[in-house]
Ligand binder design. Structure first.
Ligand SMILES: [Zn+2]
Length: 418
């Protein structure tokens, strides 16, 4: 085997690709607006196909719209090592989220092809459909691993009409989404390069992060039932104010997580009071609760603690309480062998790294169910993401792409000797 550890990506080609992508659906404030299956997103995908073909990579689009560029192994029927991310963005998002990982994956394949390096498995750069959840969320990867459920398509978070309109624009069908499943035996693994989207790497001035797990996310709709009554004539000590129960819970939940679950997060992002008037004591409060943890056991403890706390706060204000479970994604540990390959590659590139969980959801959490999955983070300036102000230094992007290249090679030669 030739010494592959000296191989590096071509920074100019990588940068040109990144900038071309940043111009598609660009906004005046320096961000991009490419919601899933919008015209701008489809234009970015047209670019992907041209870019892959230009460098002689094989282009493939599956029935869930996932876009792939393949560098085939010499032998037929070899499994594929997927390197991917997503070209869709949140509305008025940044230029790095997703696009960086796709541009880097293409660059890695072109670099290996240019070098004439023969691999024992096929390499595949992949752009997953609807990662961000404008429509469904992690749609393409869920379809690919066979975890998409009809319920998610019937009542998607972005609304059913938006989903159907998007599918039509992309010439995709609802039935097709369920036909994109691949045999796990055909998947050698998955590696994604992504910006951290948080402040930790930038703060500790660490060039790269090796992701240990993607957090589990659960959501509930909490309902506090009180008694709507006259705001002026009901004595202060005789009220059953649903709003106070919800507000008190919001503060207590924040304190609980800060004090007792320092590695977790909680968010109460939506509060509706009913009937909702200046002169009526709130009779009902609907609260959106979301919480995250990277550890299974802690996730469960957090869930129990938050629900008990909500019940206790409801009691304190003389309210009835109801918790409606909405959604749960279990924490997804990244594969140890993939973390080792990334760590080994970082060592070889002399890049200091930090092991860390991902607080955001990613397609890797779906892939982790069927093959060894790993993720590489690079620093996000000031931890800003999902914003036009999202920024990563170009040298960090180059480091990340070289680490993606070397991790893919290290994993391949460790597990599939030629
Ligand atoms: Zn992303």
């Amino acid at each position: 085997m030739a010494d592959f550890t000296a191989l590096r990506i071509k920074p100019q080609r990588f940068k040109a690709d990144f900038e071309t992508l940043a111009a598609i659906g660009s906004t005046e404030d320096g961000g991009v607006d490419r919601p899933s299956l919008s015209e701008a997103h489809l234009a970015a995908r047209a670019w992907f196909r041209q870019r892959a073909a230009r460098d002689g990579l094989t282009v493939a689009v599956d029935s869930a719209g996932n876009h792939s560029a393949v560098l085939p192994a010499v032998a037929l029927d070899t499994p594929h090592l997927l390197l991917g991310s997503h070209l869709d963005s949140v509305p008025h998002g940044g230029r790095f989220d997703g696009a960086l990982g796709v541009a880097a994956a293409l660059e890695v394949l072109s670099t290996i092809k240019d070098a004439g390096l023969q691999l024992p498995i096929s390499l595949e750069a992949i752009d997953f459909t609807d990662e961000e959840g404008t429509l469904v969320g992690l749609l393409g990867s869920a379809a690919l691993v066979g975890r998409l459920t009809p319920g998610e398509i019937q009542s998607p978070r972005g609304g059913r009409q938006s989903l159907l309109a998007g599918l039509q624009r992309a010439a995709l069908s609802e039935e097709g989404l369920f036909l994109a499943r691949r045999d796990p035996a055909s998947l050698a693994g998955y590696i994604e390069l992504h910006i951290e989207q948080g402040p930790r790497l930038a703060r500790s001035q660490t060039p790269v992060g090796v992701v240990t797990a993607i957090v589990g996310i659960a959501s509930y709709r909490l309902i506090f039932h009180g008694r709507a009554n006259h705001a002026g004539t009901t004595p202060m000590n005789e009220r059953h104010d649903a709003g106070l129960g919800a507000a008190s819970f919001m503060l207590a939940a924040h304190r609980l997580v800060v004090e007792s679950f320092p590695d977790c997060t909680v968010n109460t992002g939506l509060l509706q009071l009913e009937p909702g008037a200046y002169n009526i004591i709130p009779g009902q409060a609907n609260l959106a609760l979301e919480f995250r943890s990277a550890d299974d056991k802690e996730f469960e403890q957090l869930e129990n603690a938050l629900l008990a706390l909500a019940r206790q706060q409801a009691d304190q204000f003389g309210l009835e309480f109801e918790a409606n479970f909405l959604n749960r994604h279990a924490p997804a540990p990244m594969s140890v062998s993939m973390q080792q390959a990334i760590g080994q590659a970082a060592h070889c590139l002399e890049l200091g790294y930090q092991a860390m969980p991902s607080g955001a959801g990613h397609d890797g959490q779906n892939l982790a169910h069927v093959c060894p999955a790993g993720m590489i983070f690079i620093p996000s300036q000031d931890g800003i993401s999902h914003s036009p102000r999202e920024f990563s230094a170009w040298q960090d992007c180059i480091n990340g792409a070289n680490l993606l290249l070397q991790s893919a090679l290290a994993f391949t030669f460790e597990h599939y000797r030629p």
